[in-house]
Design a protein around this ligand. Structure first.
Ligand code: ADP
Ligand code: MG
Length: 566
């Protein structure tokens, strides 16, 4: 392998030449203690920065096997390392100078959730890979190799040494990080055993600092379970931990406005992810398959069987293969439920604030005035029990303004000054005086999911498929956006990047006119889960900047892909 000295010689030779001469730096260079890979060199100083990765061999990195021998531990260690590396690198961005993006150093920016990312990977031998972007410096379009030397020979070696070798890290902190991941994994397993769909530990801090900061709110009221819902766990490291266990079934969260209902639900939505230490939600753990369900006016729907909620439309429109380019509140929410069922979700999370009222309930007076035969909608309230008994799908529902669900709920929690109270008995007693009108509701037939997907010929003909992400809002494939704004459990723009790659991969390799949308989603997921994100990325190197979404979000993305050919 060529060495760092060779690289320095090369850089000296190409200094002051035209920018394209930087292309010669591509390749692997042996530095002391690691290999520097220059995977892709940008075309000019204003283009997307160059892709560089650092590989520290397992022997030198020196991480004890028990820090990464299980998937959850490995992900936690990777997450820890990339945060450490990012901290080091941050100090040096734009310290080397030049035009355009000259001197930019960038590494994945991690939020409060712990995600699997291509930004840092540890293989089975304990070798550590980190991937970053570097703006190769130039003045105008003339190479400034001295500045790149600063980055590669002065800045980076220190960053690598301080953050990617076990011996230079705080061993106690690394240990604590692993222990937290094991405790979190333990709670996930316990949910199953104890028949719970979520757990919220006492002492958790649920509200966030602000609408733009995901950090914990200071001086917040910390969570305390009602006695009747208390569950005590013996975690392998943390020891005894008590909190609120939400049993499978139907749970209602009620309470006055501003008492913390949506905040609790939001924490449950994100409980599908593990959170970093000191987040406040470390021990808020939700069924991995939980899906937030909301109204999503304007979304497209492709042949979804929403007949369990909507049938007999006045225009005779088919609701077994329901299609629209512009869904209403109720049809979009119906499709969201049915698609969640198809994706294997075992828990639906619904907030009245973001629901279509006519999808959720029909009050008695309305039932008297407008006869059932003239109402195409079977509201969610008439299906919520069936979803649990027939399909084992639980629901946690925030309802501040309608008491109708009192009749259906197994557990009713009132948020009172940010503290949950179990009011099941009281609410049931009061509800007995307001019986629900007895209208016969016929049982649903299981939604049909036979939706074979055809490939889009353009993908095979054209090898320049452009994929972009627009923040957390959408991915854009050849100028056509897939709107993901209301897929609320996506938490990082890097997940959208992966979804974009996944859509392209599916177009090229999976959609064949026979595989159904569900089968395409499952295949994508199996690849990502078993072989990693790189399995779906084309090209000669693994790009940084991609994070793993869940299977449920792959379904959600396919379902919102307007250009999909069914
Ligand atoms: P609701 O949905 O019941 O109307 P929210 O959950 O939206 O109420 O909460 C209202 C406000 O109270 C939010 O600004 C939120 O940040 C704040 N809040 C929520 N939970 C707590 C808490 N535990 N401690 C302090 N403030 C909180
Ligand atoms: Mg609310």
């Amino acid at each position: 392998m060529k060495t760092s000295t060779d690289l320095r010689d090369l850089l000296n030779r190409i200094d002051h030449k035209g920018y394209p001469a930087y292309k010669d730096t591509k390749g692997a260079w042996q530095f002391e203690g690691y290999v520097l890979n220059i995977d892709h060199v940008q075309g000019d100083p204003f283009a997307s920065p160059s892709k560089v990765s650092v590989q520290v061999p397992g022997k030198l990195a020196g991480f004890p096997t028990e820090l990464y021998d299980k998937k959850h531990k490995r992900i936690a260690l990777q997450d820890y390392l990339i945060r450490q590396f990012a901290k080091q690198v941050q100090a040096f961005t734009f310290k080397a100078k030049g035009s355009g993006k000259s001197g930019l150093l960038s590494v994945s920016r991690c939020g409060q959730e712990i995600l699997e990312r291509t930004g840092c990977e540890i293989d089975k031998n304990g070798s550590v890979f980190v991937r970053m972007e570097i703006g190769f410096p130039a003045n105008g379009r003339t190479i400034n190799a001295r500045e790149l030397c600063k980055i590669l020979f002065e800045f980076l070696p220190g960053c690598v040494k301080k953050s990617l070798y076990y011996r230079s890290l705080n061993a106690n902190e690394v240990q604590k990080n692993r222990e937290l991941s094991e405790d979190q994994e333990f709670i996930r397993q316990e949910l199953c055993r104890l028949n719970l769909c979520a757990f919220v530990a006492n002492g958790s801090i649920l509200p966030r600092e602000s609408g733009v900061s995901d950090r914990p709110m200071k001086n917040a009221v910390s969570f305390l379970s009602p006695k009747s819902m208390e569950v005590t766990l013996q975690l392998p490291y943390h020891g005894t931990l008590t909190g609120m266990g939400i049993p499978k079934g139907i749970t209602l969260i009620v309470g006055g406005g501003y008492h913390g209902k949506s905040t609790l639900l939001k924490a449950l939505e994100l409980g599908i992810y593990n959170h970093i230490s000191r987040d406040g939600r470390e021990y808020v753990i939700t069924d991995n398959t939980a899906m937030k369900i909301r109204a999503e006016d304007g979304r497209s729907i492709k042949q979804v069987d929403i007949s369990m909620f909507i049938s007999n439309l006045p225009n005779k429109k088919d609701t077994i293969h329901f299609c629209t380019e512009d869904a209403s509140g109720s049809t979009s929410q119906a499709a969201n439920v049915v698609e969640a069922m198809e994706s294997g979700s075992q828990l639906l999370l619904i907030d009245e604030d973001t629901s279509a009222t006519n999808f959720m309930i029909r009050d008695e007076l309305m039932q008297r005035v407008v006869h059932r035969d003239l109402e195409p909608i079977t509201p969610f309230i008439d299906r919520v029990q069936e979803l649990f008994t027939t399909y084992s799908i639980s629901t946690i529902l925030v309802a501040g303004s309608s008491g109708s669900y009192f009749h259906k709920a197994d557990h009713i929690i009132q948020m009172d000054h940010y503290l949950p109270k179990d009011i099941t008995e009281l609410a049931k007693k009061e509800a007995a005086d307001f019986p629900l009108p007895k209208e016969p509701v016929s049982p649903s037939t299981k939604p049909s999911v036979l939706r074979p997907v055809k490939p889009d010929g353009a993908f095979r003909k054209n090898d320049r498929i452009k994929i972009k992400t627009q923040g957390m809002d959408s991915i854009v494939i050849n100028r056509e956006p897939i709107d993901l704004r209301y897929v609320e459990q996506l938490t990082d723009t890097e997940q959208l990047g992966t979804l974009g790659q996944a859509m392209k991969y599916a177009q090229l390799h999976l959609m064949n006119g026979t595989r159904t949308l569900g089968e395409v989603a499952e295949e994508l997921w199996n690849l990502l889960d078993q072989k990693g994100i790189s399995a779906i990325c084309e090209g000669s190197y693994v790009p940084g900047g991609f994070a793993l979404p869940r299977k449920q979000e792959i379904y959600a993305c396919l379902n919102r892909y307007r250009e999909l050919k069914l």
